[in-house]
Design a protein. Structure first.
Ligand SMILES: Cc1cc2nc3c(=O)[nH]c(=O)nc-3n(C[C@H](O)[C@H](O)[C@H](O)COP(=O)(O)OP(=O)(O)OC[C@H]3O[C@@H](n4cnc5c(N)ncnc54)[C@H](O)[C@@H]3O)c2cc1C
Length: 401
C-alpha cells in the first residue's frame, strides 16, 4: 500500500513513521528546503505523549527536552508577580510531560523514520485527485504520484484542504482566502516566535519560562541550551490578516512593554526568520473526500490556547495509521478514523475557546484574578486543580464549561 503525505510537521512525520512501521510505502512532500529550525517551546503531554512512548521515542524526547522549573510572570522591571512550578503541572498529567522545542520533536520523528519513507524537501503539490477507487497528486514539477491514500498534514492553511475540499464559485479549486474563510476560525489573536542571541536575557530566564504580566499583549522568553533565547509573543487583534513585515509588526505592537522586551525586539531577526500567524482553529465538516484525507492542524487545529495541538497531531496520526492498517477498505478506514478522533478534538477545541480570558487577560481586574489564582495554587489541592485546568484535564475554573 502507498501513501502520499503533504506536510512534514509533527502530524505528517508521525503518520509516515506509523505507516512505515506497518510496511506501507510512504512519500512525504515538505515545502521547506530542510527540517524546519524555527520554532517555539511546546508542552507535550496527553495522547501524543502516549503515542510517542508507544513509538519508542520517549527517551529521545526527554534527551532533547528542557527542565523547566517555573512558569513566571514578571512586571516591567522583571520582578516576579506570580507563577507556578512546572512540578505542579507535571503532577497534573501524571509526570508525563516534556517541554521541548517543536523543531526538536520533528527532528526526533524524522530520525526514527524507516527507510521505506521517502521525505522530499523543497517539494509541494499543485493538484490532488481522488475518489473511492484511487488517489494521486501532481507535484510542482509536473510529476504525478499515484497512491492508495493522499493525506494533507500541511497545517492550518492546508493546500490539500484548499485543493480537494473547497471549490471556488465556478467549481475550480478555491483561493487560500476562500478556504480560510470557510475552514479557519480566527480566535482574536496573532502569535509569533523567534530566536535570538543575548547572554543577559539568557541568564535571566535560565530554567524558567518567563512571561510579561500584561493585558492584551504578552511576551515570554526561555533560555535554550545552545546559549540563545527563544521568544514567544501573543496579542489580541480582531484582524485575521497577517502583516507584510512581521518584525516591524512586532516592534510596533510590543515596543511599549517594559523589562527586556525592547532589547529582544532590537535583536529580532528579519521577517522570514520569524514564525508569525493568527491564532486559529480549523473546522472541516468532513475530513475525507474519497481517498483524500486530512490530519493534524489541517482539519482539527485546537490552537495554542489549548496547548495540545502537537500532541493531538501525533496521536491523531497514530489513530489514522491504525485504521488504515486494520481495515481493508481505505474509505471505511478513513470514516472510522474520523468517528474515533473527531469527538476528542472537538472537546479540546471547545475547552480552548472557553479559556480565552485566562490565557490573555483583557483588564487589570482579570490580571489580578489570574495572580490570585496562581497564588492560591500553592495551597494543597488547588494547585493540582489549577494545573489540571491549564493542561485541559478538567475545565470550568476560568470560565470553562
Ligand atoms: C506559539 C505556539 C505554541 C504552541 N504550544 C503548544 C504546546 O505547548 N503543546 C502542543 O501540543 N502544541 C502546541 N502548539 C500547537 C502545535 O505546534 C501545532 O498544533 C502542531 O505543530 C501542528 O502540527 P501539524 O503537523 O499538524 O502542522 P504544522 O506544524 O503546521 O506542519 C505542517 C507542515 O506542512 C508543511 N507544509 C505546509 N504547506 C505545505 C505545502 N503546500 N506543501 C508541502 N508542505 C507544506 C509545513 O512546512 C510544515 O512542515 C503551539 C503552537 C504555537 C503557534
Amino acid at each position: 500500500m502507498k501513501a502520499v503525505i503533504c506536510g512534514g510537521g509533527i502530524a505528517g512525520l508521525g503518520l509516515a513513521r506509523c505507516l512505515g512501521d506497518r510496511a506501507w510505502d510512504v512519500v512525504v512532500l515538505e515545502k521547506a528546503p530542510a527540517l524546519r529550525t524555527q520554532g517555539y517551546m511546546i508542552d507535550f503531554f496527553g495522547p501524543g505523549y502516549t503515542a510517542a512512548e508507544e513509538l519508542g521515542l520517549r527517551p529521545r524526547l526527554h534527551e532533547l527536552g528542557y527542565d523547566v522549573d517555573e512558569l513566571r510572570y514578571v512586571d516591567e522591571h522583571g520582578h516576579r508577580r506570580a507563577g507556578m512550578t512546572y512540578a505542579t503541572l507535571n503532577r497534573a498529567v501524571g509526570g508525563r510531560l516534556i517541554s521541548i522545542m517543536r523543531p526538536d520533536l520533528e527532528r526526533a520523528l524524522y530520525e526514527s523514520l524507516p527507510t521505506r519513507v521517502d521525505v522530499r524537501f523543497g517539494t509541494t503539490l499543485k493538484s490532488v485527485d481522488g475518489d473511492a477507487s484511487g488517489a494521486a497528486v501532481t507535484l510542482d514539477d509536473g510529476t504525478r504520484l499515484d497512491a492508495d491514500v493522499v493525506v494533507g498534514a500541511d497545517g492550518v492553511h492546508s493546500a490539500v484542504r484548499r485543493l480537494a475540499f473547497t471549490s471556488g464559485a465556478d467549481g475550480s479549486a478555491a483561493t487560500a482566502e476562500d478556504d480560510d474563510e470557510r475552514h479557519v476560525r480566527h480566535l482574536g489573536f496573532h502569535t509569533a516566535a523567534f530566536i535570538f542571541d543575548d547572554a543577559e536575557i539568557h541568564a535571566a530566564c535560565r530554567g524558567s519560562f518567563v512571561l510579561t504580566d500584561t493585558t492584551d499583549r504578552q511576551m515570554g522568553f526561555y533560555a535554550l541550551r545552545d546559549g540563545r533565547v527563544a521568544a514567544f509573543a501573543v496579542h489580541r487583534t480582531a484582524d485575521p490578516g497577517l502583516p507584510g513585515d512581521p518584525r516591524e509588526a512586532l516592534r510596533k505592537e510590543y515596543g511599549g512593554l517594559g523589562w527586556v522586551v525592547p532589547r529582544a525586539l532590537r535583536a529580532c531577526p528579519p521577517g522570514d526568520e520569524v514564525y508569525y500567524d493568527q491564532v486559529a482553529q480549523t473546522e472541516v465538516p468532513c475530513w475525507s473526500r474519497g481517498r483524500v484525507t486530512l490530519v493534524g492542524d489541517a482539519c482539527y487545529a485546537v490552537s495554542l490556547l489549548a496547548g495540545q495541538g502537537a500532541s493531538l497531531g501525533l496521536a491523531g496520526a497514530r489513530v489514522l495509521a491504525e485504521q488504515l492498517a486494520e481495515e481493508p477498505s481505505v474509505t471505511t478506514a478513513l470514516r472510522r478514523y474520523e468517528d474515533q478522533w473527531r469527538p476528542v478534538v472537538t472537546e479540546k477545541q471547545h475547552a480552548a475557546r472557553q479559556g480565552v480570558r485566562w490565557f490573555l487577560p483583557r483588564t487589570q481586574g482579570e490580571l489580578r484574578a489570574r495572580r490570585l489564582a496562581l497564588r492560591a495554587a500553592r495551597l494543597p489541592g488547588v494547585g493540582r486543580y489549577l494545573a489540571s485546568a491549564l493542561t485541559g484535564k478538567s475545565r470550568g475554573i476560568f470560565g470553562g464549561g
